[in-house]
Design a protein around this ligand. Structure first.
Ligand SMILES: Cc1cc2nc3c(=O)[nH]c(=O)nc-3n(C[C@H](O)[C@H](O)[C@H](O)COP(=O)(O)OP(=O)(O)OC[C@H]3O[C@@H](n4cnc5c(N)ncnc54)[C@H](O)[C@@H]3O)c2cc1C
Ligand code: SF4
Ligand code: SF4
Length: 428
């Protein structure tokens, strides 16, 4: 056994609550369910985390990459971490000595789970359950452009001006989704399709703490909603009920949907370095989304449309599977209809159309199995899934079944999709 563990020292994995934007990416990524959260903080269970580092690169803010040398008996509990407003400092050499730990023990300290064999046993049984998140890539496609991230971290937001805001659904207030355009003036804020930004709502929460930023996917292509201007667009759904269906007015989504042209907003980011589109001419893009998960798909589609219009791109296919409760709730329904059929293969699924059977994106994927199988066999195909968390498993299972029915070995296909940055999951 490691000397440091014998002495009861660990490198404890902690999340910085001042920087974390509560996007849930780490919780979805962690293969052993070591991350949990409440309304206040995201935290890491010291007895489960094995320091595998799978969560480090997907975290958009870097807030997850914090480690403290701790005597095992004093490891911060989940309950303690949930109350934090800021990270505690490293223990001083004197404090470590007082706990019976030599000051240089930290260099040798082991990841916590090495000391918790019982927990590791639990983890093995978890791994046998189908976990769609394990197929999501944390690397971008090889031909993706370089993404800038964290130019404006949560502690240092920049200001953008609202230059457009309109409802992009036909549905009523409860399902209203807005298309917002933000201009950065002369402030450098380069974004790529698939990245997101954070909006910091004004004011404080119930306990008097300033609101944390909410994350929104960029809906415009890299050269702006209005080409040649320093602007981005977002697709924001007004949250009027919580996940249980109880009425609640979401803090940031309502703030954003109510913004007027000329208002200014505090912005952090950009975030995201892997959910990026391929740029090589033979690359095919399969986009699977629900609701506001259409934002990054709109950005990618529009960039390819602009390239095609200027004669600079001929090649890869675009295939879209888009789900909503009704046609009226589907963002950008009108503009989608006007895209040429030889440019994009559109498949719409509505789950609450009166008089029609419920259809979900995975149902459409199974109907299009022959085309999807051909794409799965092609190493230039890239798959993007964005929208409701609940869609993730159904979609990945549909891909698995399509592959298997086509005689492909899913373990091999799934592993290469992940390794080559060709399957990306972003659900919330
Ligand atoms: C990577 C990523 C990308 C995202 N992109 C978009 C995007 O493009 N467009 C977009 O509209 N949103 C997007 N979101 C969600 C967004 O960040 C906010 O969570 C959402 O706008 C709700 O924030 P709020 O402040 O209005 O609600 P809060 O005040 O934070 O929450 C109010 C209550 O509603 C619940 N709740 C929160 N969100 C929802 C929801 N969507 N449905 C039902 N209940 C909810 C909360 O649990 C809470 O109980 C994204 C999230 C992530 C992690
Ligand atoms: S380091 Fe690995 S085990 Fe620990 S929280 Fe991150 S993903 Fe989970
Ligand atoms: S910002 Fe990083 S630490 Fe915070 S919830 Fe997102 S992935 Fe986790």
């Amino acid at each position: 056994m490691d000397m440091a563990v014998e002495a009861g020292v660990i490198k404890q994995h902690l999340i910085d609550p001042e920087i974390c934007i509560r996007c849930n990416t780490c919780e979805a990524t962690c293969p052993v369910n070591a991350i949990t959260h409440d309304d206040n903080n995201y935290v890491v269970r010291a007895d489960i985390c094995n320091g595998c580092m799978a969560c480090i690169s997907p975290c958009p803010t870097g807030s997850i990459d914090n480690w403290r040398t701790m005597p095992l008996v004093r490891a911060y509990t989940i309950e303690e971490q949930l109350t934090w407003e800021e990270l505690p400092a490293e223990l001083t050499p004197e404090e470590l000595e007082a706990a019976g730990v030599s000051a240089d023990a930290g260099d040798e300290a082991a990841a916590p789970a090495a000391t918790a064999p019982m927990q590791v046993a639990t983890v093995e049984s978890v791994e046998t359950i189908f976990n769609s998140a394990q197929y999501g890539a944390t690397v971008p496609p090889w031909s993706a452009a370089h993404a800038y991230t964290n130019l404006f971290p949560p502690k240092m937001p920049t200001t953008a001006t609202v230059v457009g805001n309109f409802n992009c659904t036909e549905a009523g207030f409860d399902s209203e989704t807005h298309h917002i355009v933000l201009d950065f003036g002369v402030v450098p804020f380069p974004v790529l399709e698939g990245q997101s930004i954070g909006i910091v709502p004004p004011g404080v929460d119930a306990i008097g703490k300033r609101h944390h930023a909410r994350q929104y996917s960029v809906a415009s292509p890299r050269n702006g909603e209005r080409p040649g201007y320093n602007n981005v667009s977002l697709t924001v759904k007004r949250v009027t009920e919580d996940h249980q269906g109880d009425p609640v007015l979401g803090v940031c989504s309502n703030y954003v949907c109510d913004l007027k042209v000329g208002d200014t907003v505090q912005v952090v980011g950009p975030f995201g370095a892997s959910f990026l589109m391929p740029n090589h001419p033979k690359s095919h893009i399969v986009m699977i989304c629900t609701g506001t998960g259409s934002a990054p798909m709109r950005a990618m589609t529009e960039w390819r449309r602009r390239l095609r219009k200027s004669g600079k791109f001929e090649g890869g296919k675009l295939m879209l599977f888009f789900g909503a409760r009704t046609q009226q709730e589907l963002p950008y329904f009108g503009p989608l209809q006007s895209l040429p059929k030889d440019f994009i293969d559109i498949n719409l699924a509505f789950s609450r159309t009166p008089g029609s059977p419920k259809r979900y994106v995975q149902d459409l994927m199974r109907e299009r199995a022959a085309d999807l199988a051909a794409l799965l066999k092609d190493g230039s195909s890239h798959f993007y899934v964005c929208g409701l968390k609940s869609m993730e498993e159904g979609v990945v299972l549909a891909l698995r079944d399509v592959a298997t029915e086509a005689g492909l070995d899913w373990d091999t296909v799934g592993a290469s999709l992940k390794r080559e940055g060709r399957l990306h999951l972003e659900t919330y």
